[in-house]
Design a protein around this ligand. Structure first.
Ligand code: FMN
Ligand code: ADP
Length: 312
């Protein structure tokens, strides 16, 4: 899979493309249906599949005052697109200039620079200046610009339509199991292990700290997780937040992996979220913190029904 992050006007693709258009925050079951349609349609036409998305959430450029917290960061998105069999991913620089593009210029650019022969988008997709481009607009110009158009209707689960904003709310409420159902996979983050304060080891629970963006909608607190190291899955427990007992300045995601004792610095790991256990607490001292984390580890052990487990 080829990943390109650039301004739209700088991109020039020579191969014919079937392109999926959207923001795709979360890449939930509705998004997956859309992207799978683009991949299978590209295969049947013997052309390449592509995802056209943005380097930042458009809402955070158009309405920065809302400061939307995202479900999925771009590194994690890349992993999901790859697993869906996409050939090209474009993370277009979403800035004020791009937001102002006339809908017809957008279509012309897809035609001239991206060789788009086929477009797949959701029923409510809008684009261009003031969001004036929509599905009807795309339909109107398909014969002039020689592409076919497939519109994916609303996807529902138990009669409830799925949307990124509903999933975001569930995650913010700590309702991970419900969010996971709508996502169609366990919410996860993918990144490299970076150094922390080297305190975990001293306290008896080393934690692999993940390099992830700060603007995730994940609620601060403790979660039962599972961690993949080189495709192998391990039970784990994670904390995301500012570790208020230690007064950390940066939001960090740290994970203690059960029954593992390995140097993980600089390796890439995937952390899947299964269940929210509790909010972060500012303890009076390190001893209290340690006691509570040991308790959390015991909870994780019970969750995974691990009998032979040891603390490092
Ligand atoms: C399961 C778990 C729960 C945690 N809960 C809290 C908490 O409630 N409050 C807090 O201040 N820090 C909490 N922490 C963060 C610890 O303070 C931190 O992991 C420890 O100091 C090690 O930091 P280091 O990896 O930078 O060395 C938690 C960590 C883990 C692994
Ligand atoms: N079971 C484990 N879970 C997480 N990390 C582990 C484990 N065993 C060893 N490690 C290693 O120890 C490091 C964490 O130790 P820690 O003292 O918390 O340091 P840091 O503050 O740099 O995270 C991890 O990054 C990893 O390389």
């Amino acid at each position: 899979m080829i990943v390109i992050e650039d301004k739209m006007q700088n991109i020039k693709i020579d191969e014919d493309l079937c392109i999926a258009l959207g923001t795709f925050d979360g890449i939930h079951i509705g998004h997956q249906k859309l992207i799978k349609e683009a991949v299978s349609s590209a295969k049947s036409k013997k052309i390449k599949s592509a995802v056209f998305t943005f380097n930042k959430h458009p809402f955070n450029v158009l309405k920065p005052e809302h400061n939307i917290k995202i479900i999925t960061d771009n590194k994690t998105k890349v992993q999901i697109f790859k697993s869906l069999g996409v050939d090209y991913v474009f993370f277009i620089d979403f800035n004020a200039e791009f937001a102002n593009i006339m809908p017809i210029d957008f279509i012309e650019c897809l035609h001239k620079q991206f060789n788009v022969k086929s477009i797949v988008c959701g029923y409510n997709f809008t684009f261009g200046r003031f969001g004036t481009g929509d599905v009807d607009f795309l339909r109107k110009y398909q014969n002039i610009y020689h592409y076919d158009l497939k519109v994916i209707e609303k996807v529902t689960l138990n009669n409830i339509s799925i949307s990124s904003s509903k999933i975001r709310k569930k995650i913010e409420e700590g309702k991970i199991e419900e969010a996971n159902q709508m996502l169609g996979y366990n919410l996860f983050f993918y990144g490299s292990v970076i150094e922390g304060k080297h305190l975990g080891n001293k306290l008896g629970f080393p934690t692999a700290n993940l390099d992830i963006p700060l603007n995730l909608c994940l609620r601060n607190g403790v979660y039962i997780t599972q961690t993949y190291i080189n495709e192998k899955k391990y039970p784990s427990i994670s904390n995301i937040g500012f570790a208020p007992t230690l007064d950390c300045k940066e939001r960090i995601l740290e994970t203690h992996i059960l029954n593992v004792n390995e140097n993980l610095y600089d390796s890439y790991v995937k952390i899947e979220f299964l269940k929210f256990i509790r909010d972060e607490v500012k303890f009076n001292n390190i001893e209290e913190l340690k006691k509570r984390v040991y308790n959390d580890i015991y909870t994780a052990k019970r969750y995974f029904e691990l009998d032979n487990f040891c603390l490092h």
